[in-house]
Design a protein around this ligand. Structure first.
Ligand SMILES: [Zn+2]
Length: 266
């Protein structure tokens, strides 16, 4: 007698359900072609908390967008200076290592620039100073689109991620206003004009936008592995990431995917 308590993910019924989901997704244009996505975007800013956030959350999409001629800048909240289990490591040393790794990964992906906000890892707070610093980045780099963490997602376990998303969103409105931090509007720097926000999705909370990153999977892996202090270099190093991106893609019959949800701003 079959053990009905053990889920079998390879039954014909499951495969059929996956096929139907993929068809529904395609019919609803859930899956975005990267070229179509790129038509709306010219300059993109990623507001992240830790040195490896961009590569792991959206490195494939970023790689594809850069190759479509879109200018991408990273705003990085913290040094990532507690990201170790080595008790003899020191925070200053780790911060310096991770800064170099961030720049190396940015070079692999072809980012335009990285803005280091220099907070300590585990201590990022969406206060007024952080808001003004992010607003300053919006004004100086003039992104039309921002990728960040969803500050409203109740399942977020890392406070730095919530703070990065919160600060990114909080900076949006004041950065457009002439009288907000007037001292930033010098040497030709104008008020910001961010038009759209996308929050990183995940395998447990699908965004309405699912990007096929199979063409950029190798690139994403190469950029992620530049964070040598965080990931090994062998075949197994990125197994978790492959499984995660594979899981996100299951909804739409994609081998590797990243997902996003959009937020309407005006
Ligand atoms: Zn992080």
């Amino acid at each position: 007698m079959a053990d009905t308590m053990t889920p079998d993910t390879t039954t014909p019924e499951t495969l059929q359900a996956e096929k139907e989901l993929a068809e529904q997704a395609a019919a609803g244009e859930k899956r975005f072609d990267i070229g179509q996505f790129g038509e709306e975007v010219r300059r993109l800013m990623v507001v992240a908390a830790h040195p490896d956030d961009l590569e792991t959350a959206c490195g494939g999409t970023i790689g594809l967008l850069v190759r479509h001629g879109i200018e991408v800048t990273l705003v990085l909240g913290t040094h990532g200076d507690i990201g170790t289990h080595d008790p003899v490591m020191r925070r200053e040393k780790l911060a310096a290592i991770r800064r170099e790794e961030t720049l190396a990964a940015a070079q692999v992906l072809g980012l335009k620039d990285v803005v280091f906000l220099g907070r300590h890892d585990g201590e990022l707070v969406a206060d007024l100073i952080l808001r003004a610093e992010v607003a300053n980045a919006y004004r100086r780099y003039q992104p039309d689109t921002v990728f960040t963490f969803d500050p409203y997602w109740a399942g977020q376990a890392h406070p730095d991620h919530t703070a990065a998303g919160r600060a990114a969103l909080d900076a949006y409105m004041p950065s457009k206003m002439e009288l907000y931090h007037l001292e930033q509007l010098v040497d030709g720097v104008k008020v910001a004009d961010v038009k759209r926000f996308f929050f990183f999705g995940g395998s447990d909370r699908k965004g309405e936008i699912v990007i096929d990153i199979a063409p950029a999977w190798e690139l994403k892996g190469r950029a992620t592995k530049r964070h040598t202090s965080q990931f090994g270099q062998g075949e197994e190093a990125l197994k978790w990431l492959a499984e995660w991106n594979h899981e996100i893609g299951r909804c739409c019959g994609l081998e590797y995917a990243e997902s996003f949800s959009s937020m309407h701003v005006w």
